[in-house]
Ligand binder design. Structure first.
Ligand code: 5AD
Ligand code: SF4
Length: 475
């Protein structure tokens, strides 16, 4: 899955639950792991269950229902979930009526097997079955365990108004596609999230408008591969659209423009772009609208064409470099980040060094880096041997992490002495007197509070920096 990986787990507590819909007493605790799509899905689940009278709590010890939204992308992501379930178990022993549900990618991967392996679990629900949660809860109330892991070809939850969890009231996610049709050899996502489908653009634009009306000032459009977004009218599935459907279709570039037009004060970001599908039309739309942020997350995975071929990524090193040249030419001020895997099946030292040289050539602003972790059922598991020793994978990872640290520092330092338009998101974690926000390039900028507040746009002159943060004052 190529959405930004949010490394820390987060517990979702809603700021606003529609009054009047509350029935007293029932409390849910939702904890999310993994990518932004999971965090966004938890907001859909909170909405489905708030209709049934559940309110959210930030303390699992007082919950009637614990839901854990899981990630299956690497083995260690699954291990963290198993350990967390052990912690929940101690509460369940004291309170046997406590219900525990697992949702998300690990639920989809393990299905009913989850119930065998983890006795604490009452509900297993896959990413396309969240509407059925109230029924599943009823089954458990009736004394049974409940599983629904059916994947769908058309579910996009387009009509569900997410309950914003953990929100700063300024930035929000909007999901625009679900699933993935790419079949990268290392990736479990096509198996856990099913076929790709696009959401009705009208519902996306309306969600953006509604968020803006509530005071939000930034939306991030989410999809496993946003560039392949394609709405072909009533039909939700985009397999083999006719020529006429294609003429009337909405592409990602067009959708981006529609969302940018909601209001010049609404910033628009998106994630994740796929190098094989991100063409110049998207970059031109970014250049046309000031409120589309100059930031592209473009996962390369490897800098070597043979590895990319084994990964089934659908592009070569040269193609990727050409995409970067286009970005630099059309949007000279654009920050670029990436995802990289070290030690994929058969990766030689020379192939690894190609990744190193590509990183240097691009000069990434930021990178998420991982050691390859073999996943059941994937193309790579069936076709190749996971033959790079763990220590070697880690050594290569350490190499590129150190390099990226240097590159990120250089990118941040280049912002010192310049004025940045910052959208204020919160009071700084380090000091009550400082505010924190991000510039268009997604770099965190911190500055003295003065009279400014959350949701303001402030021009900040950067005076110093750390590796990833600019520090300055309002001008
Ligand atoms: N092992 C290691 N990293 C992986 N990713 C996806 N699958 C695996 C795997 N099996 C990484 C990719 C992807 C990011 C979200 O996670 O870099 O872009
Ligand atoms: Fe991303 Fe490829 Fe996985 Fe799809 S299959 S989610 S494009 S890494």
């Amino acid at each position: 899955m190529e959405n930004k990986v949010i490394d820390e787990k987060r517990q979702g507590e809603a700021l606003h639950v529609a009054p009047g819909k509350r029935k007293p007493g029932k409390k849910m605790f939702i904890e999310s792991y993994g990518c932004a799509m999971n965090f966004s899905d938890s907001e859909i689940v909170a909405s489905v269950l708030s209709e049934k009278g559940y309110t959210t709590t930030g303390d699992y010890k007082e919950a009637d229902l614990i839901l854990i939204n899981t990630c299956a992308i690497r083995d260690n992501a699954e291990l963290r979930v198993r350990n967390r379930l052990k912690e929940f178990n101690s509460v369940k022993r004291k309170n046997p009526s406590l219900m525990v549900g697992v949702m998300g990618c690990m639920a989809e991967r393990l299905k009913a097997q989850f119930l065998e392996e983890e006795k604490i679990v009452d509900i297993v629900v896959g990413p396309d079955a969240y509407r059925t949660l109230p029924d599943l809860i009823e089954s458990v109330e009736g004394g049974q365990k409940a599983v629904n892991v059916l994947l769908s070809r058309d579910e996009t939850y387009a009509d569900i108004n997410p309950v914003r969890l953990d929100s700063n009231g300024v930035t929000a996610f909007i999901s625009i596609t679900r699933g993935c049709d790419n079949m990268c050899a290392f990736c479990v996502v096509p198996f856990t999230r099913g076929r790709e489908r696009s959401r009705d653009p009208l519902s996306i634009v309306n969600e953006a408008k509604s968020l803006f009306g509530q005071g939000y000032r930034e939306v991030t459009l989410l999809g496993q591969n946003v560039d392949s977004y394609l709405w072909t009218g009533g039909g939700l599935k985009k397999d083999n659209p006719s020529a006429e459907e294609l003429i009337n279709a909405t592409t990602f570039a067009q959708l981006l423009e529609q969302v940018a037009l909601v209001d010049p004060l609404l910033r628009v970001r998106f994630s994740t772009s796929h190098p094989k599908d991100m063409l110049d039309d998207v970059i031109h739309i970014m250049a046309k609208y000031d409120n589309i942020c100059n930031y592209i997350h473009l996962p390369v995975q490897s800098g070597n064409s043979n590895v990319l071929e084994r990964m089934n990524r659908g592009y070569s090193r040269e193609w990727y470099m050409e995409r970067i040249r286009s970005i630099r030419q059309i949007l000279p001020d654009c920050a670029i980040s990436t995802d990289i895997i070290t030690g994929f099946c058969g990766e030689t030292e020379q192939e690894h060094l190609d990744t190193v040289s590509l990183m240097e050539w691009v000069g990434y602003d930021f990178a998420y880096m991982f050691a390859y972790s073999e996943r059941p059922k994937t193309l790579a598991e069936r076709k190749f041997k996971d033959d790079v020793p763990e220590l070697e994978k880690k050594r290569r990872l350490t190499d590129i992490v150190a390099l990226q640290q240097k590159l990120s520092g250089e990118c941040t330092r280049a912002g010192v002495g310049k004025i940045h338009r910052v959208l204020v998101e919160r009071v700084s974690k380090k000091s009550e007197d400082m505010l924190s926000g991000r510039n268009s390039q997604n770099t965190v900028v911190v500055f003295p509070k003065e009279h400014y507040k959350k949701g303001d746009y402030v021009n900040v002159l950067a005076e110093t920096c750390t590796v990833a943060t600019l520090i300055g004052k309002a001008v």
